[in-house]
Design a protein around this ligand. Structure first.
Ligand code: NAP
Length: 293
């Protein structure tokens, strides 16, 4: 079997197209959805992500601003900036790009943000709303993107056994929480595997849908996948490759070459989950603007 490739770029674009009408409707009422991204330090990957987020917002007719702070900015200055953004009525969504420099406490920074503006969905209020199924909360963008990829590819998780590898607060745990909800596009039986899991391959082989967010390059091999499963590879890992022009290439947490022979559908890396993260950030910002107006 050769798996069908799930085109995350096309699905992300479709979601952004759908948002255009809602942005236009908000603008006609004098509300311009506003997103402010705060970037501390000079991590090159973060700069790329932030540029992409700003571009996506601009294309939708939203107002986007990026505040760049030097790596040695005192934490108290970042907290003061968040207070200012919390009070600014033109700013509907705030995103502090992670990781933060080592001298900053990211949970303290996160808590300082108004939950109504936390479009990344990591504030404890939004985590709680996700768990209890309150739609006024913001769902973290990458996990919500995993659900969109499944539903829009015709792999509705309802009634299926989903195995999630990884239990991070950023990906694994919210993916499990989203897919186990009693709601359309969810309603799955979810197993979460992690480094404490005995017989990982025995568990992953049970998944009709396998979502991998382990942060370990190609840790899931073809023999760990149930034949015909739908595989969503969240991983993004840079590995050395002497043959590549820049000396490296991106791989997922799944061995794509092997998995594509076993799965029925699979996301590529790049071009799978990544584009959904940005599309869902835009959707959360539009939701924030709608709820604030
Ligand atoms: P993380 O914080 O490092 O968490 C990894 C999780 O996987 C942990 O729960 C860990 O278990 C588990 N794990 C690690 N190795 C394992 C193994 N050999 N067997 C079973 N479980 C294992 O990573 P993350 O933030 O969730 O990110 C996961 C991946 O997604 C990374 O590659 C990251 O770059 C990528 N990512 C992509 C996007 C995107 O937009 N596409 C967004 C976010 C993240 P323990 O809890 O037991 O340690």
């Amino acid at each position: 079997m050769t798996a069908r490739i799930i085109d995350g770029t096309a699905i992300g674009k479709a979601i952004r197209e759908e948002l255009k009408a809602e942005v236009a409707a908000l603008r006609s009422r004098g509300v311009v959805p506003g997103l402010t991204v705060v970037l501390v330090g000079d991590d090159p990957a973060s700069h790329v992500y932030v540029r992409m987020k700003g571009k996506a917002a601009d294309e939708l007719g939203m107002k986007s601003e990026t505040v760049r702070l030097p790596a040695d900015t005192p934490e108290v200055d970042l907290l003061a900036l968040l207070d200012k953004l919390n009070a600014d009525r033109a700013v509907h969504g705030i995103l502090v790009q992670l990781p933060l420099p080592g001298h900053m406490d990211s949970s303290k920074v996160l808590l300082r943000m108004k939950p109504e503006k936390d479009v990344d969905g990591f504030h404890p209020v939004n985590v709680g709303k996700l768990v209890i199924g309150d739609p006024s909360g913001f769902r973290p963008c990458t996990p919500a993107g995993v659900q969109e990829l499944l539903v829009r590819s015709g792999a509705d998780p309802s009634g299926k056994h989903v195995v999630v590898v990884g239990r991070s607060l950023i990906v694994g745990r919210p993916v499990a929480n989203i897919l186990m909800q009693k709601a359309p596009g969810a309603n799955a039986t979810v197993t979460v595997a992690h480094t404490g899991t005995r017989d990982l391959a025995g568990i992953t082989r049970q998944g009709e849908i396998l979502v991998v967010a382990a942060g370990r390059p190609e840790v899931v091999t073809g023999d760990m996948i149930r034949p015909g499963a739908v595989v969503i590879d969240v991983g993004v890992n840079r590995v050395a490759d002497a043959a590549a022009k820049n000396g490296h290439r991106l791989v997922g947490d799944v061995n794509f070459r092997q998995a594509v022979e076993v799965a029925s559908m699979i996301t590529p890396v790049p071009g799978g989950v990544g584009p959904l993260t940005i599309a869902l950030l835009m959707r959360n910002t539009v939701q924030a603007a709608r709820q604030a107006s």
